[in-house]
Design a protein around this ligand. Structure first.
Ligand code: GUN
Length: 296
């Protein structure tokens, strides 16, 4: 059984990105620049955005953090997005979700230029991904694909069961695992209303659990020799931690791990790859803009 080390893989990829950035700069190109909009003071969002800024530093990117209080209007936010779309110094930007309830997240997502949408959430990028065209692929599915590739886990022709059908993970993961140029697998998507979910899982060579229920995947759902990818990051109260919580995955790691050929832990599996893939998308955005500049 191999524990997939997302933290080490992410560190390695960030070092590779930093090396490429220095080459670009040495050849007279521009450093990639990521901007992030953070609204309010949600603890989780603060942590994510702080880690994104730190990852930019590690990769040699420029970064800009734009903060608003919870009472920012939708119009103000849309105006700032329009400015970022037009700002040639910015290669890509994100609006950290969730947003306060008075702001329409879909409207905000669709206001971001697809060329700068390094989160890969804009319908143009989602649609292009679905039909196998060049696009920004959202970070979590791209991180999972990268882990599978870097650990040499065969996916072509294999049976992959995805638990969860969210727009951010389940749906794009299914699209990518199915496509010839990525997973090339036989894909089944199960969700909260699926009948025979355990039986489906028991037949899977690869299980990708993104259902958001701590400990949902138990040993009796896993075929010996399967690969199990745990996307769950539910905060559960833990009085022994300084923060008062710990992250819990969707998989009962202790009982499932001994059965697996490969498994991701929580934390330290998929999580660290997510921010790293945002960096990779920002590098791609920067390279695209550098070459567009050279063609002018
Ligand atoms: N909130 C939780 N995950 C994400 C993410 O990947 N991107 C953005 N923009 N917000 C998030």
């Amino acid at each position: 059984m191999t524990i997939i080390d997302g933290k080490a893989t992410a560190a390695q990829i960030k070092a590779e990105i930093a090396q490429e950035v220095e080459q670009i700069v040495a050849q007279g190109g521009k450093r990639p620049h990521l901007a992030a909009i953070l609204v309010g003071h949600d603890g989780g969002s603060e942590t994510y955005v702080r880690n994104k800024v730190l990852a930019c530093e590690a990769c040699g990117f420029e970064s800009t953090l734009i903060r608003y209080e919870d009472d920012v209007t939708e119009a103000e936010l849309l105006e700032r997005i329009a400015q970022l779309n037009a700002d040639d110094s910015v290669d890509g930007f994100i609006v950290q979700l969730p947003l306060p309830r008075h702001i329409d997240e879909q409207k905000v997502t669709e206001a971001i230029s697809p060329d700068k949408d390094v989160d890969g959430f804009h319908p143009t990028n989602v649609g292009r991904m679905a039909i196998g065209l060049d696009c920004f692929i959202s970070a979590t599915p791209l991180g999972i694909l990268t882990l599978l590739q870097r650990y040499g886990i065969a996916t072509s022709g294999k049976k992959c069961v995805i638990l969860g059908r969210s727009n951010i993970v389940g749906k794009p993961m299914a699209q990518l695992m199915m496509q010839k140029q990525y997973g090339d697998a036989t894909v089944t998507v199960c969700h909260s209303h699926s009948q025979g979910l355990k039986e489906e899982c028991r037949q899977a060579d690869i299980i990708i659990a993104a259902i958001g229920q701590p400990g949902f995947v138990t040993a009796d759902m896993v075929k010996p020799g399967a690969t199990v990818i745990d996307v769950g990051t539910t905060r559960v109260p833990d009085a022994t931690r300084k923060s008062g919580f710990r992250l819990s995955g969707d998989v009962r790691f202790d009982e499932v791990a001994p059965l697996c050929s490969h498994i991701t832990p929580v934390p330290g599996g998929v999580g660290p790859m997510t921010i790293c893939m945002l960096m990779l998308n920002t590098l791609k955005a920067g390279k695209r803009r550098n070459s567009a500049e050279n063609r002018k």
